[in-house]
Design a protein around this ligand. Structure first.
Ligand code: NAP
Ligand code: ZN
Ligand code: ZN
Length: 351
C-alpha cells in the first residue's frame, strides 16, 4: 500500500486536519500521480457540510478534491497512455463498470452500476472508500486519468478544468454555443468564470448574470460582452426572449423562472448548480416558446480530454488564488460568500 498524506474533515462542523491514509499499490494498468494542485469546487463544500444529505449523505472522514493535476511518477507494466514525468489530471470519477451502455458511449459518469467518484464514494468493489485530491498522491487506472499538454505552463490554473471546465464545456457544446449564439452565464464563480471563458473561446456573445456588481470589470476582462446585476428584476425584463443558452451555475437557492423568461424560442436553460432545495417552474413559462430546462453533470472521459485539448489550443485556464492547506476553511467561507476570484486551488506540492 502507498502511504498518502491528505487533509480530512470529520463532520459538517469539523475543521480540516492533516490525515494519513493508504492508496492501493500501482497495478498493471495504474499510474501513480504526485498531486501538485487541487482545486476547491463548491461541491467539496456541499459535501463537507453534508448539505446534500437527503440525496447523497456524506461519509466521514472526508478528503475532498476532484480537480486534480500532477506528475506521473510510476506506471504499471501494461500502461500505454502515460509515461513517468507526464502531466496527468483527475476529475470527478476514477472508475466505472466499463461494460454498460453509458460507459461504452463515453458517459462514464452515468455508469448504470454507479461510477466510482473521486471522493466520498467507493471504488468499484463498493467497499473501499475513495479519498480525493486534497492529498499528495492518487493511484488511478490510466483510462480514467486525463492527459495534460506539456506546454500549458503553470499547472494551478489547469486543475479547475477537471471539474469546472468540463462542467461548463459539455453543455455549451451540446447546445451549440458558437458564433451567432447568445449565451448567458448565471453566477460568476468557479464554474461561471470557466463558462464565460469557454463560451467566448467558442465565439458566442456572452452575458454574465451576477449578484455581485463588483465583478463587472472581471467579467469583461474574462471576455464577457455584457454584465447584468440580477438583484434588481428591472434589469432582467428588457432581456426577455433573447438567449439561446443560459447556464445556471448558482450554488444557493434561487428562482430560475426569470432565466426561463429570458430564453428565446427553443432556448435552453441548463441547470448545473446544485442548490439544496428543489425549484418550482410554471408550465406556461416553458410552453410559450418551446423552451427546455436541461441538466448536465460534468462530462465523460472522451469529452473531458476534448475539453483539455480545446483549452490548450485556445489558451484557456482558470483564474486562481493559490492557497496553502491551512487556508481551506477560510477559502470555504469566502467561496460561500461569493468572494472567490475565481477558484481557490490548494498548492499540494509545497504544502
Ligand atoms: P462558486 O464558485 O461558489 O460559484 C457560485 C456563484 O453563484 C457565486 O460566485 C455567485 O456568483 C453565485 N451565487 C452564490 N450565492 C447566490 C445566491 N444566493 N443567489 C444568486 N447567486 C448566487 O461555486 P462553483 O464551484 O462554481 O459551483 C456552483 C454550483 O455547481 C455548486 O452548487 C456545485 O455543487 C455545482 N456543481 C455542479 C457540477 C455538475 O456537474 N453539474 C459540477 C461542479 C459543481 P455572483 O457573485 O456572480 O452572483
Ligand atoms: Zn466539482
Ligand atoms: Zn458502466
Amino acid at each position: 500500500m502507498i502511504e498518502t498524506h491528505g487533509y480530512a474533515t470529520d463532520g459538517p462542523e469539523a475543521k480540516f486536519h492533516p490525515w494519513t491514509f493508504e492508496r492501493r499499490d500501482v497495478g498493471p494498468k495504474d499510474i501513480l500521480i504526485e498531486i501538485e494542485y487541487a482545486g476547491i469546487c463548491h461541491s467539496d463544500i456541499h459535501a463537507a457540510k453534508n448539505e446534500w444529505e437527503a440525496m447523497m449523505p456524506t461519509t466521514y472522514p472526508l478528503v475532498p478534491g476532484h480537480e486534480i493535476v500532477g506528475r506521473v511518477t510510476q506506471v504499471g507494466d501494461s500502461v500505454t497512455k502515460f509515461k513517468v514525468g507526464d502531466i496527468a489530471g483527475i476529475g470527478c470519477f476514477i472508475d466505472s463498470c466499463r461494460e454498460c451502455k453509458p460507459c461504452k458511449e463515453g458517459f462514464q459518469q452515468f455508469c448504470v452500476k454507479g461510477a466510482a467518484f473521486t471522493y466520498a464514494g467507493t471504488y468499484m468493489d463498493r467497499v473501499t472508500p475513495t479519498y480525493g485530491g486534497y492529498s499528495d498522491k492518487y493511484v488511478i487506472d490510466e483510462n480514467y486519468a486525463l492527459k495534460v499538454n506539456d506546454n500549458v505552463g503553470d499547472l494551478a490554473g489547469v486543475a479547475p478544468l477537471m471539474c469546472a471546465g468540463i462542467t461548463t464545456y459539455s453543455p455549451l457544446r451540446r447546445f451549440g454555443a458558437g458564433p451567432g449564439k447568445k449565451v448567458g452565464i448565471v453566477g460568476l464563480g468557479g464554474l461561471g468564470h470557466m463558462g464565460v471563458k469557454l463560451a467566448v473561446a467558442m465565439g458566442a456573445d456572452v452575458t454574465v448574470f451576477s449578484t455581485s456588481p463588483s465583478k463587472e470589470p472581471d467579467a469583461k476582462s474574462l471576455g464577457a460582452h455584457h454584465f447584468v446585476v440580477t438583484k434588481d428584476p428591472a434589469n432582467l425584463e428588457p432581456l426577455a426572449g433573447q438567449f439561446d443558452i443560459i447556464l445556471d451555475t448558482v450554488s444557493a437557492d434561487h428562482d430560475i423562472n426569470p432565466y426561463i423568461a429570458m430564453l428565446g424560442v427553443r432556448g435552453t436553460l441548463v441547470v448545473i448548480g446544485v442548490p439544496p432545495s428543489p425549484n418550482s417552474v410554471h408550465s406556461f413559462g416553458l410552453i410559450f416558446g418551446n423552451k427546455s430546462i436541461a441538466g448536465s453533470l460534468i462530462g465523460g472521459i472522451p469529452e473531458t480530454q476534448e475539453m483539455l485539448d480545446f483549452c490548450a489550443e485556445h489558451g484557456v485556464k482558470s483564474e486562481v488564488e493559490v492557497i496553502k492547506p491551512d487556508y481551506i476553511e477560510t477559502a470555504y467561507d469566502r467561496t460561500v460568500k461569493s468572494d472567490v476570484r475565481y477558484r481557490f486551488v490548494i498548492d499540494i506540492k509545497n504544502a
